[in-house]
Design a protein around this ligand. Structure first.
Ligand code: HDE
Length: 699
């Protein structure tokens, strides 16, 4: 356990932060150096001398800078924060960090994509990792989750096959960070247990707007254990306070070019601004005696417990409020491990979890170069570490004394093991009995009911996006048999889905449904309902040119900032533009550097000359047209409507001259700033206006 004053992770890190702020440049062994720009040569034009220890050390260190990237989840972004429970959970778990609402536990969270390499784009279609390290006083607890509640395979032994199938194909190493290729679809169409998670992958859940607007799930059924030793099954859910929101696919592909760091930058800038990401931790609790009360197996990681069956119970809140100081030292070297558990949280026999408990330790050994990775600053627990582990590469501890074994008498028997009552972890006692077999339980066999439940629960626009995603992905698959097999699999989920996909990819649609759709839904699965409506932290572009109404710009900025949004003024050039009132308006960004896909909404303030200039600029028109296509809120004040009028936005009514305000499917125009801005804010808070979604492919 840790002492009270030890429980501040930042205080622990402080002496390790090497600021290089003043003083002379030195070698790694501390000798000052008089020149770091010229190596030691024999004569001005002569060869470099071996004697130049500074040159050799500098180059050698550089040559060794790289470590292997993570085999999966290579690309990520991290942040520090803290977690606080709402109330004591002592009834279910003895985990110390879940006992006292007055106590904060420091955390480090790393978000990631899965398939892409370290330098790949953020906005690819992929699962997102959501891994949290709680630095508790009883040791580090890692909740290594994803933003989907289910996983592709049921048994860890299938993980290498799955990852090899989704990663770039081995002969030419293409495509990067994409599942839209033959080997992925070959594998998943032959392995029907993947159907459910693939359905999530084809949904907009795979395209999060922000790590701050993304759910997280522990996926497996874990076990809480209380002080009396009673176990309770538990599923973990993170719920973002800003709601769960996604991008659209066309937008994602463009962002991958306009700003490949889109999600990483969003996280960094939000924390920098003081818009701290917040998530509620909720649990689904199932008494051990109800283990077999469901029509699926609790140990099967391809299944959810529908929230309507076992409601979520919010248990605490996490706030991320500090960016790391050094990406490599912290975000790259953080080492998560599913078996980093604390007393009161335990495993189940989920065969995926059991395999992960081996893999995460193993992978850190190769990635971080040996068994002392727990001593790296970001990984170092706040709890005191005492044991007989010794030596190894990168050993930073100096262990005085004679004894490094147990039992010993020469070292006074120290350190001694503790009991459960003294805060030791004790594996939950369950009776295990069985033959040694390579076989899965028949209770893992149903691969179709839950994908169907997911499909049935989607709003029409969500269904349309799923169909479009299957068509896109399979459209990139060359092998006709793989396309056809995928359609066959989908027909075992839902006939309408299978037909809609088949039509788009040139496969003969199945004539008959292979199964009857049971019609079950779980409304909690849809992103269309139950989202908190707010414009907080949304980025809004204001398009301006010379002659813009300074009064409009001020009104828009004030209204948006008042709601917690982040407006930015964009013009053809940086600096400032003249306002129609004879003053100036400061420009935040040059239009050409900030594509429309990087904002949540766009506003065109009034000013006749400004509108005329913007209308002549293809960029500004393209900007608004793109925002429209992606379902974003658009506003134009006064004469600003002229820019929109030229675009001929389908199905949209724009305000006539002098008309106070018209809100037509989130396109808000008019001369009355107050009314226009109020409707604009409502439309932004909806996230997107899906009714005018022009990507729709099925009704
Ligand atoms: Fe992972 N996974 N995983 N995974 N995983 C790794 O560990 C693995 C799985 C997840 O930000 C690796 O340190 C196996 C499910 C996250 O550092 C590796 C299996 C879930 C991260 C590994 C799974 C995850 C990883 C690679 C199937 C959600 C990034 C680097 C049995 C519940 C953590 C590393 C970070 C990373 C193995 C399946 C989440 C190789 C064998 C299910 C968020 O150990």
């Amino acid at each position: 356990m840790a002492d009270e004053e030890q429980l501040d992770k930042q205080r622990q890190l402080d002496p390790l932060r090497d600021r290089n702020e003043d003083g002379a440049l030195t070698t790694d062994f501390g000798t000052r150096v008089d020149d770091t720009d010229n190596a030691l040569h024999a004569g001005e034009r002569g060869p470099t001398l071996l004697e130049d220890f500074h040159f050799r050390e500098k180059i050698t260190h550089f040559d060794h800078e790289r470590i292997p990237e993570r085999v999966v989840h290579a690309r990520g972004a991290g942040a520090y924060g803290h977690f606080r429970p709402y109330a004591s959970l002592a009834e279910y778990t003895r985990a110390d960090f879940l006992q006292d609402p007055a106590r904060e536990t420091p955390v480090f969270v790393r978000f990631s994509t899965v398939a892409g390499s370290r330098g790949s784009a953020d906005t690819v279609r992929d699962v997102r990792g959501f891994a949290t390290k709680f630095y508790t006083r009883e040791g580090n607890y890692d909740l290594v989750g994803n933003n989907f509640p289910v996983f592709f395979v049921q048994d860890a032994i299938k993980f290498p096959d799955f990852v090899h199938a989704v990663k770039p194909e081995p002969h030419h190493e293409m495509p990067q960070a994409a599942s839209a290729h033959d080997t992925f679809w070959d594998f998943v169409s032959l392995q029907p247990e993947t159907l459910h998670t693939v359905m999530w992958l084809m949904s907009d859940r795979a395209l999060p707007r922000s790590y701050r607007m993304m759910q997280g799930f522990g996926v497996h059924t874990f076990r809480f254990v209380n002080a009396a030793g009673r176990g309770t099954f538990v599923k973990f859910h993170w719920r973002p306070l800003l709601g769960t929101h996604s991008l659209v696919w066309d937008e994602c592909q463009q962002i991958a070019g306009a700003d490949p760091d889109f999600n990483r930058r969003d996280l960094w800038e939000s924390i920098d601004r003081g818009d701290f990401p917040e998530y509620e931790l909720a649990v689904q609790l199932v008494p051990e005696e109800d283990e077999f009360a469901f029509d699926f197996d609790l140990l099967d990681p391809t299944k959810i417990i529908p929230e309507e069956v076992v409601p979520l119970r919010p248990i605490g809140r996490m706030t991320l409020d500090r960016n790391p100081d050094n990406f490599f030292a912290e975000t790259e070297q953080v080492a998560f491990h599913t078996a980093h558990v604390v007393p009161g949280i335990d495993f189940t026999n989920d065969p995926l979890l059991q395999g992960r408990n081996f893999s995460y330790l193993d992978t850190q050994l190769i990635r971080l170069g040996g068994p002392n990775f727990q001593q790296l600053p970001v990984n170092r627990p706040l709890a005191t570490v005492r044991n007989h582990h010794r030596d190894g590469y990168g050993q930073h501890r100096v262990h005085p004394g004679q004894t490094a074994y147990s039992p010993n008498s020469l070292g006074g028997g120290c350190p001694a093991v503790a009991g459960w009552d003294a805060g030791a972890f004790r594996h939950h006692q369950v009776r295990v009995d069985g033959d040694k077999i390579r076989r899965r339980s028949p209770s893992f066999d149903d691969h179709h009911s839950q994908p169907q439940l997911f499909w049935n629960s989607m709003a029409p626009w969500e269904k349309a996006h799923i169909v479009a995603a299957y068509r896109f992905e399979l459209g990139k698959v060359d092998a006709p048999a793989v396309r056809a097999r995928t359609v066959e699999q989908l027909n075992l989920v839902d006939h309408e889905l299978a037909v809609a996909v088949a039509v788009g990819i040139g496969v003969t649609p199945p004539a008959e449904p292979a199964v009857e759709n049971a019609g079950r839904t779980s409304p909690a699965l849809s992103m269309a309902t139950g989202q908190p409506g707010s414009i907080a932290t949304r980025k809004i572009a204001l398009l301006v040119a010379g002659g813009v109404s300074g009064a409009d710009v001020t009104a828009v900025r004030e209204a948006l900032i008042g709601g917690g949004a982040v407006p930015e003024v964009l013009a053809a050039h940086d600096g400032e533009v003249a306002s129609e009132e004879g003053g100036t308006v400061r420009v935040d960004r040059a239009l050409a550097t900030m594509s429309s896909v990087l904002y949540d909404a766009v506003c065109v303030p009034g000013g006749a000359a400004s509108t005329l200039e913007l209308s002549r600029d293809g960029l500004a028109s393209h900007y608004v047209a793109q925002a429209f296509k992606h379902g974003k809120a658009i506003a134009a004040l006064g004469s600003g409507v002229g820019l929109l009028r030229e675009l001929g936005l389908p199905g949209i009514r724009l305000a006539d001259e002098g008309e106070p305000a018209v809100d037509s499917l989130g396109v808000v125009t008019g001369v009355d700033p107050d009314t226009v801005l109020a409707s604009f804010a409502d439309a932004i808070a909806l996230h997107r206006v899906w009714e005018r979604d022009t990507d729709r492919t099925v009704a």
